[in-house]
Design a protein around this ligand. Sequence first.
Ligand code: SF4
Length: 368
Amino acid sequence: MHRLKQDFINKPSLLELDFESLPIPDHRQRYRRQQLAGWLYVHGANSFEEMSNLPQSWRQRLAERYIISPFLRFERFVSQDKSVRYLFSLHDGQQTEAVYIPYRNRKTVCISSMVGCPAGCAFCATGALGFGRNLSRAEILAQIPTVARAEGIAPKEIRNVVLMGMGEALLNYEQALSAIRTMIDPRGLDMSPRRITLSTVGLPEKIKCLASEGLPLVLAVSLHAPNEETRRKIIPTAHAHSIGDIMAALRNWQEASGRRITIEYTMLSGVNDATWQAEMLVQRLRDLRVHINLIPFNNWTGAGFSSSGKEQIKSFEQVLLRAGLSVSIRFSRGRDAGAACGQLALTQSEQSPAANRHIKYGLRNVKD
Ligand code: SF4
């Protein structure tokens, strides 16, 4: 095996370490920790050579003990609407994905917390992949500076992060929370927690844990049906967690955080789009402050569902609006690059509809 590949397997990424754990040359040089963090998070450096204000001898010592990026390489799939799907190759041969979504001055990255997903939602291409493994803190965090650098912008220009890619972040709680803490650390990515959205399929105990962290994140809950029977058909975890329990956890979250909650509702024709279901949804949400995203279903090969039509979505929306709820219909971006909501499925270049617009990047000079 090539030496650099061996290095990659044996050495930890510096991004695995929180600020206080970053190495310094000796205890009198604590300011070096700030310099090193600056290279990692302000500049998004992916080589020790470019850390020009650090002494050469120390850079060498760092390179002997650590790597920077936890990714071997990545591929980029550009959609016609300018959103970009990133496919990252990990050290153990697994892969995961992120999506860059530029919109006017707002730059958003949708990141993953897992390889695949154990939740297995019936309408989701990631769920159909099954569960690969949890991502480490570094693998979650590194998606942001890697995307920024590839897009030619500074990591700090990315002001919105959504943990809505592959995986159920609350089932990878420690690593996801550790990554989020560095996202909001002024010595890290220095992001506002109010611009970080954590999406969950609805795990009441984990939502209660999150409420006790005191982080004013945006919580997005994939409800997708107001009645147990339908929800159980499309979301396997609904067998273990009733909608009533989820609502109780959301009330607890709202009391603790004071934050409005986002309700995600994928519109599936003939499954969850009836008027009576809209009315029931109003009842479910009556004592919460929420914004509801109605998401037309994004098709993928073998899905077995189709999206509700425009008229049906509009009349569903009307029921919610008449009840005074805040609603928007969210058309996903990046469909032609397999990057839209529910489409992330590790499709390779030859399978992707955006095959002719994809480019491979080596992050490390690695030969297999
Ligand atoms: S919708 Fe989210 S929670 Fe459900 S399978 Fe897909 S990635 Fe997992």
